[in-house]
Write a new protein. Structure first.
Length: 186
């Protein structure tokens, strides 16, 4: 089974956000779900996202404010094209949860919407990193085929060891003393 984050194809355009932002939001959602071992239950090459006007399946639904829909069997998501950024983050994450998880039929929307509420702040923090410098990173990757070839013998580029800004999070890191104590127990 392929356990990589699927490729996300976007069909259509949103009114208020770019395709790059939409893809970044959906990838951030998938990243969080995959990080917590919620792998897709099927071999997925891609998920197709359709940006459409308001979504109604029947006349009774016209009264409801339906802004998204997912069909996990088909790996398809529909998102209302007139949503603002907040709406896309909420709806995008909600529909990705539908793609990734199966809940009991009596509580599908309750579980999905509660999980959306809990995870959307993290998606909102991750997606800007993905969308920022999209084309700059794409050019770096493209240049590996053209201009990064070694002149002479193959070697490591020393630039990889330059310092970068890293926010250390010590909450989940063991201290040196913890490692020493663990070895004594063994």
């Amino acid at each position: 089974m392929d356990k990589t984050i699927p490729k996300i194809k976007v069909k259509g355009t949103m009114d208020k956000i770019s395709k790059e932002e939409l893809r970044a939001i959906l990838h951030a959602s998938a990243c969080i779900l995959e990080y917590h071992n919620l792998n897709l239950n099927f071999n997925v090459n891609n998920i197709t996202v359709y940006c459409k006007p308001r979504l109604y399946l029947n006349k009774a639904e016209k009264k409801k404010n339906i802004v998204g829909r997912a069909r996990w069997q088909e790996r398809k998501i529909w998102i209302s094209k007139d949503l603002d950024l907040q709406g896309v983050i909420t709806t995008g994450l909600h529909e990705m949860i539908h793609i990734y998880l199966r809940f009991e039929e009596a509580s599908v929307e309750k579980c999905t919407s509660t999980l959306t509420a809990r995870l959307k702040d993290d998606v909102a923090r991750i997606y800007p990193i993905l969308v920022e410098n999209t084309y700059k990173r794409a050019s770096y990757i493209a240049h590996t085929k053209i201009s990064y070839k070694a002149k002479g013998k193959d070697h490591y580029d020393r630039d990889q060891h330059k310092r970068t800004k890293v926010k250390e999070i010590k909450k989940y890191r063991r201290s040196r003393d913890d490692w020493i104590n663990l070895k004594e127990v063994e």
